[in-house]
Design a protein around this ligand. Structure first.
Ligand code: VG1
Ligand code: CO
Length: 548
């Protein structure tokens, strides 16, 4: 088969963000765009990780969104032309992000390519993404993504072969130049891993007792995983998994598991005779939302509850060595760690920062406020795993999820929490807002906003305690003397202008006040946050686009 080298000019915008390269589908559809990014990734690896892809095994899969089928075939041709030895591809091009991570680890692969824009909307006018994962199964660390970007800015040509598309819908093995392509079952190995982690017998008993569960796959990648694991292996009623068929346009919905986009699930859970427990996951299956009857459980609280109940899960029988959370995630899990006498690490936003702590065995559980939780079983966040963790706890405690949440707050206190997103802002104005806050940092302590006095303010910089790498500019943190914290940062996953995220939290030890709605409890802090950053004057918005 003839390998050709196709001359190409660098695309200026191929710098990966919080989680891979994410752009509008129209950007990815430019001739040579996918090829250039995949080639730059392969070109960067010898420098970034010490070895290239020649002769190596890679994993390829994604969430099946619009353009994924085409991008998969393109990637296969570039991989063949670059001498990749073996490519494991999920059937239909499908692999949830956690399943891809598991497959990399189980096969001791060199790395993997995930075709997904995660929770971003899909379709011809929606988003697409490509993410490279390294040999530990996790997202490429910053050192690697920066090298990829550097190579993308010097690229002169990409390599490819002429070959007809492979039939990815059938299990099978194909030869393409020197490359062996194996189309594998996307679910089987992942489901087997889950059986090693959780007490499946106990969860089966729970379902046998009449426990009713609803899992909303949002027409994204987790449908087949949910049907196999919850319904077939654990005996949940047929139809437990809804919207279970992965669709290229996610059924016209936005595959982001939050109360806004998973409104139908939340409505079902708020009904008086609704299911006992509900959950949803995102486009690529790494996020989770959990809902008890009558109450949505926030991701930061969920992480804390999983930490406090970890010993109920066989995988964590011996307890946790430590935990970690991303910086803007609420400090609820810190309270659990303190009670357990274990370490709690604070990392920048994005899963790539947990990898070294997990590899070193310093932590076994970690999570983010953005509905991501996972452990050392893989190196990605894991939606179905988080749901199984909850089911395992519910099966062991036999209490409603709402009672477990209330009990947790009684023991540890409640961290009221909200994130205000201001979307599609003019990029220069959003950047100026952050620049101004940064410049004002030395003058902030002592200033008053409403009932709040600033005690401390800084810009978060992180030194990885394992490998010493430094990541600066990770968000502005403001702490108040009265308790409470506000974090400001710009999103690194958006594809339209800039998104400003304002994270608000306030601790409430008194159980009498735990039932207050978060938006009520946080209203004064939110007002202080808007005034402090002069959000309206700086970006012209008096209200956030979304509150989660
Ligand atoms: C967001 C979240 C972050 C998460 C990232 C990827 O990033 O805040 O916590 O890791 O998305 O999630 P940002 O930079 O937009 O705030 V996913 O499910 O898109 O892989
Ligand atoms: Co995701």
């Amino acid at each position: 088969m003839d390998i050709s080298s196709v001359p190409i000019k660098p695309f200026p915008d191929q710098r990966p963000g919080t989680s891979g390269l994410r752009k509008k589908v129209s950007v990815f559809r430019q001739p040579g765009y996918v090829e250039a990014f995949v080639q730059s990734t392969f070109d960067a690896l010898p420098e970034a990780v010490g070895e290239g892809v020649a002769g190596k095994t890679l994993v390829l899969g994604g969430d099946g969104r619009f353009f994924a089928a085409e991008a998969a075939q393109t990637t296969i041709r570039v991989a063949a032309a670059n001498g990749v030895g073996r490519l494991l591809v999920g059937r239909g091009g499908l692999l949830s992000t956690p399943a891809a991570s598991a497959l990399i680890r189980q096969n001791r692969a060199f790395g993997g390519i995930i075709l997904s824009a995660s929770h971003n909307p899909g379709g011809p006018d929606g988003d697409f993404g490509i993410k490279y994962n390294v040999a530990n199964g996790g997202p490429a660390p910053e050192r690697v993504t920066e090298a990829i970007f550097r190579y993308s800015q010097q690229i002169a040509a990409y390599r490819t072969i002429k070959a007809p598309p492979l039939p990815l819908d059938r299990l099978g093995i194909y030869q393409l130049a020197g490359l062996t392509v194996e189309i594998v079952d996307p679910v089987a190995d992942y489901a087997a891993l889950m059986e090693q982690i959780f007490d499946f017998d106990r969860i089966r008993d729970l379902f046998r007792s009449g426990f009713r569960f609803r899992f909303d796959a949002m027409h994204a990648v987790t449908g087949p995983y949910a049907v196999e694991i919850f319904e077939r292996r654990l005996g949940a009623a047929p139809g437990t998994a809804v919207n279970a068929e992965p669709l290229p346009d996610f059924g016209g919905h936005h595959p982001d598991p939050n109360p806004l986009h998973a409104a139908a699930l939340v409505a079902a859970m708020m009904a008086p005779n609704g299911p006992d427990f509900g959950a949803a996951s995102d486009g690529d299956g790494d996020r989770n939302m959990v809902v008890g009857r009558g109450c949505v459980i926030g991701p930061s609280d969920s992480l804390a509850i999983l930490a406090a109940n970890a010993r109920l899960v066989p995988w964590f029988e011996e307890g946790l060595p430590g935990v970690a959370r991303s910086m803007p995630t609420s400090r609820a899990v810190d309270r659990v760690a303190a009670a357990l006498g274990i370490d709690c690490y604070e990392t920048p936003t994005g899963w790539k920062y947990f990898g070294s702590l997990l590899d070193a065995g310093r932590i076994k559980l970690c999570g983010e406020e953005s509905a991501g939780t996972s452990s050392d079983h893989i190196r990605e966040k894991d939606g179905v795993w988080a749901v199984l963790f909850w089911l395992n706890i519910l099966a062991a405690r036999r209490e409603p999820a709402a009672a477990i949440l209330a009990d947790h707050w009684r023991r540890f206190g409640r961290d009221f929490y909200a994130r205000h997103d201001y979307e599609a802002l003019a990029s220069d104005r959003a950047a100026r807002l952050i620049d101004r806050l940064r410049d004002a940092l030395p003058t902030l302590p002592g200033r008053r906003f409403g009932a709040f006095t600033i005690a401390r303010a800084d810009e978060f910089a992180y030194t990885d305690p394992v490998d010493g790498s430094i990541s600066a500019g990770q968000g502005i943190r403001v702490e108040f003397a009265e308790g409470g914290r506000i974090v400001y940062r710009l999103s690194g996953t958006g594809t339209e202008g800039a998104t400003l995220r304002v994270y608000l939290e306030r601790f409430e030890p008194d159980p009498v006040r735990h039932a207050v709605a978060a938006e009520v409890a946080l209203a004064p802090l939110a007002a202080a946050g808007a005034a402090l950053a002069e959000i309206e004057a700086m970006v012209g918005r008096s209200q956030p686009s979304v509150i989660v």
